[in-house]
Design a protein around this ligand. Structure first.
Ligand code: ATP
Ligand code: FE2
Length: 327
């Protein structure tokens, strides 16, 4: 069985094709970016509309299949930005109806987790999901993926992007902050905000903007310090979730997990407690449709299907809203 997945929750429009063994046959990623300023939802949606056809055709070409060979269509139903989600949902519904294929709408956050199971040896991991809009520590327990800890305000990626935008680095800011951080040497004390199992970035953002604007600190040192601080916060709550759940596997997901320093901290933490750390390749960490296609297959095989009439978007769907019937 092969599935065509479509992703459009935020800045990325993706078309991915995966088979039932978890083999990624195509993973086309078309991302909106700017040199200066952030992302405006209407502009991002315009970007997605422009790339829809090309992304899907390229995915079919890459996988060397035709639409008639596709057995299943899946798409990100939520959570995400309404403007963007609508484009992917429309494309998926149209393909399913026109070509008579079954349709499965999936949860984007759970897709980040499940793809880890397909491409690594993780069996029952804790997921540290660190992306733009989301920052959650997730693990399976009693029929659902539960959120053991999360951000109380913005996602860690949006936090890095906001800081980068403030200092004139453009979007996405995470990779730019990462490059400058490598040249930083001095650890500047910043607020460290872990509340129970949750984290918060708003106060750190205000503080680091003030430090930057004071002109008393070098940008490279600020980038270095911000990474050391917020990644330590994430590693701390991930470790506590592993201890609490008695799980000895960690999977990283989300675009911020592309960061080498975060990967390093996660690996050291796992080594220290005799656990295993799994990091899928970067193209499967960022928003992508291969993970959407894979979750489509997993759910379809468990008997899940989405009626076209009920395939509306779910911008606010939470990870633990979804009943997990496929485990
Ligand atoms: P979601 O919809 O799941 O919240 P998202 O739409 O923000 O995710 P992702 O592709 O998962 O998309 O993540 C994008 C984020 O990852 C951006 O905030 C970007 O700055 C950040 N990012 C990408 N590469 C790096 C890196 N090397 N270091 C730090 N952050 C990074
Ligand atoms: Fe994502």
């Amino acid at each position: 069985m092969i599935c065509l997945g479509i992703e459009s929750t935020a800045h990325t429009f993706g078309a991915g094709i995966v088979d039932s063994e978890g083999k990624v046959l195509a993973n086309v990623i078309r991302s909106f970016s700017t040199e200066e300023g952030g992302m405006i939802p209407v502009k991002v949606a315009e970007h997605h509309i422009k790339v829809v056809d090309e992304a899907i055709m390229t995915a079919l070409d890459d996988a060397k299949v035709a639409l008639k060979d596709i057995d299943l269509v899946s798409f990100s139903q939520g959570p995400g930005m309404g403007h963007c989600l609508r484009i992917g949902a429309m494309a998926a519904r149209s393909l399913a109806v026109l070509h008579g294929k079954p349709l499965v709408g999936v949860n984007h956050c759970i897709a980040h987790l499940e793809i880890g199971g397909a491409v690594t040896q993780a069996k029952d991991p804790v997921l540290l999901y660190a992306s733009g809009a989301n920052t959650q520590i997730i693990a399976y327990d009693g029929g659902r993926y539960r959120i053991f800890g999360e951000t109380l305000d913005m996602g860690v990626g949006n936090f890095l992007d906001s800081f980068a935008r403030h200092v004139g680095l453009g979007f996405p800011g995470g990779p730019k902050v990462a490059a400058l951080a490598e040249k930083g040497e001095k650890l500047i004390p910043l607020p460290y905000v872990v509340k129970g199992m949750d984290v918060s970035f708003g106060g750190i953002l205000t503080n680091i903007k003030q430090k930057h604007d004071s002109g008393r600190f070098g940008l490279e040192d600020l980038c270095y310090s911000v990474q050391e601080t917020v990644f330590a916060m994430l590693t701390e709550v991930a470790e506590r979730a592993m201890a609490h759940c008695g799980k000895d596997e960690l999977v990283l997901g989300g675009g911020v997990a592309c960061n080498n320093r975060l990967k390093e901290m996660a690996r050291i933490m796992c080594e220290d407690r005799g656990a295993r750390c799994f990091v899928p390749e970067n193209r499967l960490l960022v928003d992508n449709a291969a993970m959407i296609a894979w979750l489509g297959i997993v759910e379809h095989q468990a008997g899940v299907s989405t009626n076209v009439a009920e395939a509306s978007i779910r911008p606010y769907e939470r990870t633990d809203d979804v009943e997990v019937t496929w485990r």
